[in-house]
Write a new protein. Structure first.
Length: 147
């Protein structure tokens, strides 16, 4: 017979999650910047489905006019710029900078089975979504029946 133990003494349990306590301790030891950097590296997520890949780049605060997407020699490059707020003399100034400003560039090597002529891009709510469909004319895997 199994015994089930339950700690019903709230005073013995921590009031905050371990991750939040650890983050708070590390935040104070990390060097802070007083001015925005010249460049940053946006985070990317890649999802694969039966129809193709979907690439998500996190670009909060970047206008679609400031994003450039190029394809050359099998590589997809997404570049652009996120402008930092202007600091006015005797006005508000940065005390701590944790977000990315400046220019950015990410390059991805695409597999041969992606139809580059059908790539679509959409920037919504700070997330650039690139739809990279598979080329249905190219065959990358095929099983041949023996007769």
């Amino acid at each position: 017979m199994a015994t089930l133990l339950y700690n019903n003494l709230p005073s013995l349990r921590p009031s905050r999650a371990f991750n939040s306590v650890l983050n708070e301790m590390l935040r104070d030891t990390l060097p802070s910047q007083k001015a925005p950097a010249d460049s940053f590296l946006p985070q990317a997520d890649i999802v694969e489905s039966p129809e193709g890949f979907e690439l998500h780049l996190m670009l909060p605060g970047v206008a679609k006019e400031n994003v450039k997407i190029d394809f050359q020699d099998g590589k997809l490059t997404v570049s652009g710029e996120r402008k930092a707020p202007e600091v006015i003399e005797n006005g508000p100034r940065f005390r701590r900078v944790e977000s990315g400003y400046g220019t950015f560039s990410r390059t991805f090597q695409l597999p041969e089975n992606v139809d580059v002529t059908a790539i679509e891009a959409q920037l919504v709510d700070g997330v650039l979504r690139l739809n990279l469909p598979f080329d249905s004319k190219k065959v990358t895997k095929h099983q041949i029946e023996v007769r």
